[in-house]
Design a protein around this ligand. Structure first.
Ligand code: ZN
Length: 199
């Protein structure tokens, strides 16, 4: 396997939607969460790839694409906060470049990544409902989770609650309930509200 750094950064150009100023900021374009576990928390707390306008101070999540790698499970996800013009061509190009990864996925909405990371912390906290699982079973769980994240209609509601929760703290509880209902629907087990928002 090629040697790939566990974290890659770049300087990108941004346009402040509040005051109109153009500015440059440093963002991450590749992150291996198995080597940089704090990135998972940043994603969960919506602090990953935050850019700040130097003039008015307005902060927002960068819409630049990035790679989310979990080396431990051989997973590479190309994350597009804003969908590219031609997703099919992007997918072909990435698969030809990184085809040696056991699992390659594409997310076109940050909500999908947020739920995947939530899922990770959920399992870390509670273990898996089926107890000890083999690595093959672990892979199957990962694939099922990702498929559900990409297809379940509940994701629309979860995305809505996630955005609302930025300015409406009460929405955060509804968000957790919605995500955990999604997990329950697949795994048939429920443990509510284990994560509370940090201050
Ligand atoms: Zn600004």
């Amino acid at each position: 396997m090629l040697q790939i750094p566990t974290i890659k950064n770049t300087i990108d150009k941004f346009h402040c939607t509040y005051c109109g100023k153009e500015f440059q900021a440093r963002i991450t374009t590749w992150i291996d969460v198995s080597k940089t576990p704090e990135a998972r928390l940043q994603i969960l707390q919506w602090e990953f790839n935050i850019v700040r306008c130097p003039v008015c101070g307005y902060q927002t999540v960068a819409d630049s694409p990035f790679f989310y790698e979990d080396f431990d499970v051989g997973l590479l996800i190309a994350v597009y906060p804003s969908p590219p013009i031609n997703p099919a061509a992007e997918e072909v190009s990435i698969r030809s470049q990184y085809g040696y990864y056991p699992h390659i996925e594409f997310f076109y909405d940050l909500t999908q990544l947020w739920v995947l990371v939530y899922w990770y912390f959920y399992h870390r906290e509670y273990g898996h409902p089926y107890g000890m699982v083999t690595s093959k079973e672990k892979e199957d769980i990962m694939h099922k989770s990702i498929r559900l994240i990409k297809t379940d209609v509940a994701m629309l509601h979860i995305g809505e609650k996630l955005r609302e929760s930025f300015y409406e703290p009460a929405a955060y509880d509804e968000l957790l309930n919605a995500v955990e209902r999604l997990i329950c629907s697949m795994e048939g087990t429920c443990s509510y509200g284990f994560l509370t928002r940090g201050t």
